[in-house]
Design a protein around this ligand. Structure first.
Ligand SMILES: *Cc1c(COP(=O)(O)O)cnc(C)c1O
Length: 424
């Protein structure tokens, strides 16, 4: 690739106002990590922080730690997340996994929306979300129907296609704010309004936007939301998820899982469940303190950087990547699988190629070149390039495109097996 392109990347890195944040993460040598949208990198100070939680809080203080910080930690982390998603502290709680939180909130919404019989999602949504709706219908809401809004191009969803299925029968509309494959980003405020006009509730999955996109759930008048903390929030594998319920809806919403952490006074050990009257009613059981503590620490970096700055850099970096794709990859069999307009996409870019799977393998386990490059593969032919502005550089993006060119021009992917591993 053109040397001037490399110089441009280096210059963009020099002028990057967030460049100091990269050193806050553990960056393995010779690794270019472009998968922060799937599992965020580990902050450098994580070992020490967790060591204190294990040595001191668990090791020394043992059960006393519940009253010395553990019991309120889900709220402590929630209030940090509230700042990132534009919600009030008492509208967010951290607990369970994203899938479980979706189940709880979708159940609550369907129960609340008596008489309305359809759930709307879209065919670009993350399969786990769709499975949760299918399971809810199978187990509990037998007369409900799931409708998936079609995508005309497998990249975007048009407002027209939503309007075509949305009607007075609709109970709940649930989309991923940013689609996991194509990175298509909905206009949250606009779609929420559209849904409200038909009297339905909206539930946004923020897994691919929390920590990457400035959100304002309050301003968008969002009813319900869920999201993940191990992607752009860097909380570590399987760290607990969050959920949001608009304040004025909380009273009428009821969790389907009545665990003691959702009860008003868990330590009364009352044999009859009395529901908590705030957002904590959506908790179930004992929180995973180690993982929860990790999020508490990692999210500080993001708050320090400022979500607006993160988004600004993300747009610059995805634009830079797209410009390199246009110049260097479209002519060798790649196509762009994400929206061109930055207002309509999140912080990852998908590119498509018939040999996507083996090209991915060649990036991860290279025969030539200085770097191991980790994006991920998504069926059937997508290479997903996640850009996490807290640690990714423009030069890394240059190196990725350079290596993709090398692999395809020399057909190096032929040296790799087509067998898929269990996690791709
Ligand atoms: C990552 C992701 C999830 C993850 O769900 P888990 O319960 O944590 O496995 C759910 N939904 C979407 C849209 C995601 O991107």
């Amino acid at each position: 690739m053109d040397k001037t392109e490399l110089n441009r990347a280096i210059e963009l890195d020099q002028n990057d106002q967030l460049k100091g944040f990269r050193s806050k993460f553990k960056i393995p040598s010779n690794l270019i990590y472009l998968d922060g949208n799937s599992l965020g990198m580990m902050p450098n100070d994580m070992n020490n922080y967790i060591k204190n939680v294990t040595d001191h809080e668990w090791g020394d203080r043992l059960i006393r730690s519940w009253n010395e910080g553990w019991y309120i930690r889900p709220k402590e982390v929630a209030s940090k997340i509230a700042k990132i998603i534009g919600a009030q502290d008492d509208e967010v709680i951290v607990c369970d996994s994203t899938s479980i939180n979706l189940y709880k909130l979708a159940y609550s919404a369907l129960k609340y929306q008596k008489g309305r019989k359809t759930i709307i999602s879209d065919e670009l949504n993350f399969p786990s979300d769709i499975y949760i709706f299918q399971g809810l219908i199978e187990s509990t809401f037998k007369n409900h129907e799931l409708k998936l809004v079609k995508s005309n191009d497998n990249i975007t969803i048009t407002e027209q296609n939503i309007s075509d299925v949305l009607d007075e029968e609709t109970a709940l509309v649930s989309f991923s704010h940013v689609a996991f494959k194509s990175s298509y980003m909905y206009d949250m405020k606009r779609i929420t309004e559209l849904v409200h006009n038909k009297g339905a509730l909206v539930l946004w999955d923020l897994s691919h936007s929390a920590g990457a996109i400035p959100l304002n759930l309050n301003d968008s008048n969002v009813d319900l939301a869920i999201g993940c903390t191990y992607k752009y929030l860097n909380g570590g594998p399987g760290s607990p998820a969050f959920l949001y319920v608009r304040k004025d809806l909380q009273k009428e919403m009821q969790s389907p899982i009545w665990g003691w952490f959702g009860a008003k006074n868990p330590f009364d050990f009352d044999l009859d469940f009395i529901e908590n009257n705030d957002i904590k009613k959506f908790m179930t059981g004992t929180p995973s303190i180690l993982s929860l503590s990790a999020v508490n620490q990692s999210i500080k970096i993001l708050l320090e950087a400022g979500i607006g700055n993160v988004r600004e850099k993300s747009i610059d970096q995805t634009e830079y990547l797209i410009s390199l794709i246009n110049k260097n990859l479209l002519n060798i069999g790649f196509s762009l699988g994400s929206p061109v307009d930055s207002n309509k996409r999140g912080s990852h870019i998908s590119i498509q190629h018939d040999e996507a799977y083996r090209i991915c393998k060649a990036l991860i386990d290279p025969e030539v070149g200085n770097y191991t490059i980790i994006p991920d593969f998504r069926e059937p032919n997508n290479i997903r390039i996640g850009i996490a502005p807290l640690y990714n550089t423009f030069e890394e993006i240059f190196e990725l495109v350079n290596q993709l060119q090398l692999i395809v021009n020399n057909e190096m992917f032929n040296n790799y097996s087509k067998n898929k591993e269990s996690v791709t």
